[in-house]
Design a protein around this ligand. Structure first.
Ligand code: NAD
Length: 294
């Protein structure tokens, strides 16, 4: 609690430019809120040029809707867009003050990226990961400044959801924690802390619930509509678990379940049906086809 108070009241970040890596559902949202709410300059990097184009269209569309609703002005929209630049080259992050990584949920790919970032970024740059489940301590061990590595776990969709889970690794410094909390406050987010354990708090609780819904579908306990409507209308969930899984991305759900399973035991075994959907490329809303079609 004291570190929250310190960060919010007395500490201001020297963060002017933030690099966001991965222009998918999460990266685009993080870049937008950094530019729109925290008024930071943002460089959004993705290896895939099509993704870059898609994220620009997505951000523009979201801002346009806010203008139509009267939430922001046309000038706010233009200023936000001016603050975001796009790149397919990681070297463009050599002068940023802070990085938020939001690439695919794969331990090896993330660790390799952090190894590269440690070589590219200037000393002292904070390297935050938006991972849903991978150990921050493990990611940090691939850099030469593990004290500057931290988990900054945003929720989907980033412009709407209030929470950021902050996860210090074993060697994360207090200075890094304070700057991260302050940046989250500048983005108008509320923070919680989680220990660096598989799935942290949010996904340790959420994923077994989603996985059980997939398993229930697999066993024929009900149709997908029966399962979702029961939880929505019967338990007052804002959306059913299978709809939510489509929204998160079934590949991401499967990766998180695998990490929980490997590190915490058989209680967390992913449903075989979840694996089948991923093998079929039915990854959810982002590809317009998961349990439902969009
Ligand atoms: P996504 O599939 O929409 O986007 C991932 C992006 O990363 C893709 O655009 C891909 O081109 C890019 N990418 C892959 N490897 C790269 C590399 N080496 N360098 C640069 N770009 C690379 O996935 P997402 O849903 O945005 O999830 C991204 C991260 O955020 C994951 O770690 C996930 O666990 C986490 N997360 C997801 C959610 C969610 O609800 N989807 C919520 C919180 C956190």
């Amino acid at each position: 609690k004291s570190i929250h108070t310190l960060a919010q009241r007395y500490y201001s970040t020297n963060v002017n430019t933030v690099g966001v890596i991965g222009g998918g559902q999460m990266g685009a949202g993080i870049a937008q809120v950094l530019a729109q709410v925290a008024k930071k300059n943002v460089i959004l990097v993705d290896l895939n040029k099509n993704v870059i184009e898609k994220s620009l269209i997505g951000i523009n569309g979201f801002l346009q809707k806010s203008v139509s609703k009267g939430v922001i002005t046309e000038e706010d929209k233009e200023n936000t867009l001016k603050r975001i630049s796009f790149s397919d080259d990681l070297n463009s992050l050599k002068n940023v003050d802070f990085v938020v990584e939001a690439i695919v949920e794969n331990t090896e790919i993330k660790c390799n990226l952090f190894k590269d970032l440690a070589k590219i970024c200037k000393p002292g740059t904070i390297l935050a990961s938006n991972t849903s489940s991978i150990s921050i301590t493990q990611i940090a061990s691939h850099t030469n400044e593990p004290q500057n590595v931290i988990g900054m776990h945003f929720m989907n969709p980033v412009p709407i959801m209030k929470l950021v889970e902050v996860i210090p690794g074993l060697q994360t410094s207090e200075e890094t924690q304070k700057t991260t909390l302050k940046l989250a406050v500048e983005m108008n987010k509320t923070t919680t802390f989680s220990k660096d354990m598989p799935g942290f708090i949010a996904n340790r609780l959420l994923m077994p619930y989603i996985n059980e819904a997939v398993q229930a579908l697999h066993e024929g306990l009900g149709t997908k509509e029966d399962i979702d409507t029961t939880m929505k209308l019967g338990c007052n969930m804002p959306m059913g678990p299978l709809t939510l899984a489509d929204f998160i991305g079934l590949d991401t759900c499967y990766s998180i379940m695998n990490i929980l399973h490997t590190q915490l035991g058989d209680k967390y075994k992913p449903s075989p049906l979840l694996k089948r959907y991923v093998e079929a490329g039915r990854l959810g809303k982002k590809v317009k086809h998961g349990f439902y079609t969009y």
